[in-house]
Design a protein around this ligand. Structure first.
Ligand SMILES: [Mg+2]
Length: 206
């Protein structure tokens, strides 16, 4: 089988990182709740969306090393590769941030993948081959890549990607929802049956 995997918030667990980085920069009050949502809200309440955009650039760039892989991911990837599945990482990620220091997000993400031994240049029975990693500048390009690679399954944390009008019909949609926080609106209800909250569950299913 050909399995496509999203990167941010599907492989990378940013829990607590937005809070930590914003706090270190002195951009939020200490008593802000440590969730991404609360941190974002704190900027919006202060009418400072620009600063929020800048913070995202810092987290996805030079501070990505503070984020860790989701639990169970290494084992699942090894199980899949040993079963003979072909694995692809397909991410929507611009090369540079809109605001702030010009850190190359693609290099930062690839470095993170290699550091955690999820990707290596030749690939192996426990790592995805570097040539199977695709960063796409737009959401539309990402979806076109999922179709071009004929993924049998695609795993993503965003319902808006899986339910996009151009998402390939032959690819099975799997919603990754680690905190079980997605309240699926009517138009996304078909995702409820293919929702998983832990990587180890994936290895059991596919
Ligand atoms: Mg994502």
């Amino acid at each position: 089988m050909r399995i496509g995997i999203d990167f941010d918030n599907t492989m990378v667990d940013y829990t607590g990182v937005f809070y930590q980085v914003a706090l270190e920069l002195g951009w939020i009050p200490k008593e802000t709740l440590p969730t991404k949502f609360a941190v974002k809200q704190s900027f919006l309440d202060a009418n400072n969306e620009r600063k929020w955009t800048e913070l995202q650039g810092i987290v996805y760039g030079r501070e990505i090393h503070q984020a860790i892989p989701f639990a169970g991911i290494h084992q699942t990837i090894t199980t899949w590769l040993n079963k003979g599945h072909e694995l692809f990482i397909i991410s929507h990620k611009t090369k540079y941030p809109i605001i702030g220091d010009k850190v190359n997000f693609h290099i930062a993400a690839m470095t993170w993948l290699e550091q955690y031994q999820l990707v290596s240049s030749l690939g192996s029975l426990s790592t995805i081959a570097k040539e199977n990693v695709f960063f796409n500048e737009t959401k539309e390009e990402k979806i076109a890549k999922i179709a071009a690679l004929s993924c049998d399954i695609f795993i993503d944390d965003l319902p808006s990607i899986l339910m996009h009008k151009s998402f390939p019909k032959q690819s099975k949609k799997v919603l990754f929802d680690p905190k079980n926080e997605q309240k699926l609106e009517q138009q996304y209800s078909e995702l409820a049956k293919n929702k998983i909250s832990h990587w180890s569950t994936l290895a059991e299913h596919y």
